[in-house]
Design a protein around this ligand. Structure first.
Ligand SMILES: [Fe+2]
Length: 135
């Protein structure tokens, strides 16, 4: 059971990583993925009014990275998960939230050698959002 869970988790993160880099690398009409799969500040897709409350906001202090999504947490509408993935696909951190959590905030310690990271935040109603961070 644990192997299956790990496989699914890895598959989801891998897919998100590949998709996000394609979305971030593309611009305007040259997108390689259909719109409305992954959202970013530059590409809020069908949720243009939701960017402020769904983009993962990242702060870096030394080796500590903090991800915060300014989004309410309730039983019917909440942030499900944060991930932090390096440019090469290394998963550096992940945290799953529950509706009873007060805030969607996560902290990770980053090993040496990484300069470009991708933070993701997934809302149960407004999908997957990504923020690129240069450290
Ligand atoms: Fe939402």
């Amino acid at each position: 059971m644990s192997n299956r869970r790990n496989f699914l988790k890895l598959s989801m993160l891998t897919a998100a990583g590949i998709a996000s880099s394609r979305v971030l690398a593309s611009s305007g009409s040259n997108d390689t993925l259909p719109q409305n799969i992954i959202y970013s500040e530059e590409n809020p897709g069908r949720w243009p009014k939701k960017a402020g409350s769904h983009l993962p906001m990242v702060t870096v202090e030394g080796k500590k990275v903090t991800i915060k999504t300014e989004h309410g947490m309730s039983e019917v509408h909440y942030i499900v998960r944060h991930t932090l993935v390096a440019e090469n696909g290394d998963v550096l951190g992940e945290k799953t939230f529950y509706p009873t959590d007060e805030q969607a905030i996560s902290e990770f310690e980053i090993p040496d050698g990484y300069s470009i990271l991708y933070a993701t935040s997934f809302c149960n109603k407004h999908d997957l959002w990504i923020m690129e961070v240069n450290i």
